[in-house]
Ligand binder design. Structure first.
Ligand code: 3HC
Length: 282
């Protein structure tokens, strides 16, 4: 029975996961390498709760009760009594594997490990632990408090019990879970990131400006936001990394990353998080 959940990585996704998990009644440990990262994640969550109070979706009393369940820390030993640990750290296989090996030493044998990876192989991540049967992909979408879907991705050795426990967790936090066979990008990113990449290629070719490309998709295809604003929301570095992974993994030229992604990442224009991407947020 899951009661206490550890979330490793206090960035946009990790903070969102910690927020919705605490709101659902779980005890939550939000962890990152440095205090400044933990504090930023906690501040973002507190901002969302202040907005919720203003909108009337939560009362101040409810927020006080939820807050008590959420602890931010840099001490990994605090994860030693969690029944579930979800990692939402940087999208690098070597870093995630190292983390899982470390968690394997800290957490009890029954703890489930989940990865919020947007594309990487769960089987490979699970192989870094001595409990590959208890490792699963749990892919959330940005902004986590708003987006209803979670993709659940069993690895080669993930048991049906692990999948069932994660389905229960997803349902408890108010998300719709879809179980997806392991493959690069699962369902959503396999479709969404090449679409965003094609928008960046259209921009590279001078077909239209970023504003026009986005307006076209909003008015012509009823997208809630245009593909290039979405690239800025996701992070252009993340979009590039996913396209590069598709290109390598599927050895198919149709997944070649747009030059605009590479140029913007080289310039440090990663999207909203740096204040500039395809659009300017300053
Ligand atoms: N955190 C919490 N709540 C947020 C939020 C955030 N970061 N951003 C928006 N919201 C809430 C608002 O408070 C508002 O709530 P309300 O209806 O209760 O007032 C609601 O969402 C709508 O927000 P806005 O009115 O400000 O703006 P929009 O109606 O334009 O919606 C949006 C914003 C929800 C971001 C919408 O544009 C959208 O759905 N965009 C597409 C998002 C998307 O495709 N996400 C998936 C990305 S892929 C991914 O994450 C996978 C990864 O692996 C790459």
């Amino acid at each position: 029975m899951i009661k206490k959940v550890g979330v490793v990585g206090a960035g946009t996704m990790g903070a969102g996961i910690a927020q919705v998990t605490a709101e659902a009644g779980y005890e939550v440990i939000l962890i990152d390498l440095e205090d400044k990262f933990v504090n930023r994640g906690m501040e973002n969550i507190l901002k969302n709760w202040s907005k919720a109070i203003k909108k009337g979706t939560l009362t101040a009393k409810e927020v006080d009760q939820i807050k008590v369940r959420l602890t931010g820390t840099t001490n990994y030993d605090n994860l030693n009594d969690c029944q579930l640990v979800i990692e939402a750290v940087v999208e690098k296989m070597s870093i995630k594997k190292e983390l899982f090996a470390k968690l394997d030493d800290i957490c009890p044998a029954e703890t489930l490990f989940a990865s919020n990876t947007s594309a990487l192989s769960i089987t490979e991540l699970a192989a870094a632990t001595k409990r590959p049967n208890q490792v699963i992909g749990v892919h959330f979408f940005n902004p986590v408090p708003v987006m209803k879907l979670v993709e659940l991705i069993p690895g080669a050795e993930t048991t049906a019990e692990t999948v069932t426990a994660m389905k229960e967790y997803c349902s408890a936090i108010g998300k719709e879970a879809i179980v997806v066979k392991e493959s690069p990008g699962f369902i959503v990113n396999r479709l969404l990131i090449p679409y965003i990449n094609e928008a960046a290629i259209i921009y590279d070719q001078g077909v239209a400006s970023p504003a026009e490309i986005d307006q076209a998709m909003k008015l012509g295809a009823n997208m809630p936001m245009g593909p290039l604003a979405l690239a800025d929301l996701i992070g252009i570095d993340v979009c590039l990394m996913i396209m590069e992974y598709f290109f390598d993994e599927m050895a198919d030229s149709k997944y070649r990353p747009a030059l605009a992604f590479k140029q913007k990442v080289r310039a440090g224009h990663l999207g909203r998080k740096t204040g500039k991407g395809f659009f300017d947020y300053n």
